[in-house]
Design a protein around this ligand. Sequence first.
Ligand code: PLP
Length: 510
Amino acid sequence: MAAVAESGIDMPTAKGCAITPLREEEVFLEPALSHAARELLDSADFLHGLAHSLGSPLNILLPAQIEANAKAFTSVFDRHRIGGAVYYAHKANRSTALVRHLASTRARIDIASLGELQHALASGFAPDRIMATGPKTPEFLWLAARAGVVVNADSPSELDTLGRICRSHGIAPVSVMVRFSGFVNSGTTVMSRQSRFGIHEADVRHYHNVLDGYRDELELIGVAYHLDTIGIAEKAQALDGCLRLVQEFHAAGHPVRAVDIGGGYGVNYLASEQQWEHFTTALTEAVLGQRESFTWRGHGYGLRAENGKLRGALSLYPAHRPLSGPAYLDNLLTQQSPVWGQSYATLLQELMLDLVVEPGRALLDQCGIALARVLEVRHADSETTFIRLDINHGDVSLEEHGVAVDPIVVPQQDPTRRSEAGGGYLIGNLCLEADFISRRRVYFRNMPQPGDLLAFPNTAGYFMDFSADHALHQPIARKIAVTADHRWCLDDEYWPIDRQALTTAGGDTQ
Ligand SMILES: Cc1ncc(COP(=O)(O)O)c(C=O)c1O
C-alpha cells in the first residue's frame, strides 16, 4: 500500500476485505528495447518533428536491425555446421524498406501471396532466393513457376494445379517442397494440433501420386512444416516425422535435400520476467475477484471464474520469452530425437540435409515502433481513466494478437509540466466501442498528457500493418525508415545504397 500512496495514484477503495488493491508496480510491463530503439525513443524532439510532419499514427522501421537478426539466425546454422537458408516470412510486415534492405544481404524471402511475390522480385530478390508458401491462386502459381521460385505446396491438389500449369505452359522443372502438418506419434505423449495447411504424414501417398504424374515438371527438393505453436516438443516430433518422410521420398527416387521447419521462433517483448509473473498473477486474482480488476469490464484475456474456480486458458502471448528467436532454434537443434537417438543438428549433418527456416516475427524483433499522438486524458469516474490516442486497434493490433507490453511516453517540451504517476485504458480514434488499444489499464510513472506521443515498441512483426485499414476514412499510418544516425525517408523511398556517396564518386570519374 505504501507504494500506492507514494505514487499518488488515486486508488479506489477495495470493496470487502478479501479484495487486495493493486499496487501499480505489479502491473508494469516494460518493454525489452534494443540499443537503437532506446536511442530513438530518447530523441523526443526528433520524434515530435516526425509526427508533426507526417502525422499520427506513424510507423518507424529500423532496416539495419533485420539484417542483424538474420545474421543471428545464420550464426546458429554455422555453430551447428548445418547448411541451409533463412527465409524472411514477408507476411509479418508490408514494409518495402525491410524487403529491399534484406535483398542486399544473404537472406532469402518467403512470400505468401501474388502481391508479396511481385514485391520481392521488384525489391531485388532473384527468384532463387524466393520461396512461395501459403494458400495459392493459379495466377500466383503461374508467376512462381514462370519466375522459377521454389514452391512450397500446401496440399496435393495445389501441387497438382502447379503440375498442370507447368505442363500446359511448358515450364519445367519447378523445385517444390511439400508441407505436412500432422505426424505419426513416435511413442511420446506429444499431441500435434490440427492445421488447415499441409497434410498428415499418413497421407503422404497423395503427394507421391501427384509427383509421379509430373516427373518432368516437378522436382521435389524438400519436406516442410510450419506449426503455429511455441512448443519445442511438438516441433521436435514434426522434425522426426520429416526425417522419416525424407527417407521415404529418397526410396521413391526423389532427391530431397532440405527440411523446412517454418517459422514460430518467437520474440521476447518484455524487459522483466518478474513484471510478467506479477501481471499474470494479478490478472488471475482479479478474475477470481480476489483483487481489484485492472481490465476493461473485468476482461479476463481468456480466463473466467466459475463458482470461485478459474476456468478457460490465458489467451495472451507469453510476452516474456527468454528462449526466443535464434536461441529457440539453437535449443530445438540441440534436442535429442527420441526416435534416432541423436540431436537434430547431428542428424541433419549426417543425412546431409539443408535446414530451411522461415521466421517472421523473430526476424522483425526490434525492427519497428508505432507512434501515436495523445489526444485526451479523461477521468471518466473515480476508477476509470481513458487515454485517447490518434491511432486505432488496427494500426497497433497488440490486443488482437494478445501481446501485453507497455508503450513509452515521449513527452512534448513543456517547462510547466508536473510529472505524476497514473494509469488508464488506451482507446483509439474509431467511433467504435471495441476500439481499445489496451483493455488492461496501462500504468505510467509519468502520465501522458495531450500533445505527448506514445511509442509502441517492437510492433514490426504483425502488429503494424497486418490489420490496418481505412475504417471511418482514418488515415493508415505512414511508414518511414530510420538509419542509426537518425536520417529518415519514406518507406518506399528507401534503397540500401548511399546515394550521396555514389553521385559524388560518379561525378569524379566523368
Ligand atoms: C508457412 C509459414 N511460414 C512462416 C511463418 C512465420 O511465422 P512466425 O512469424 O511466427 O515466425 C508463418 C506464419 O503464419 C507461416 O504460415
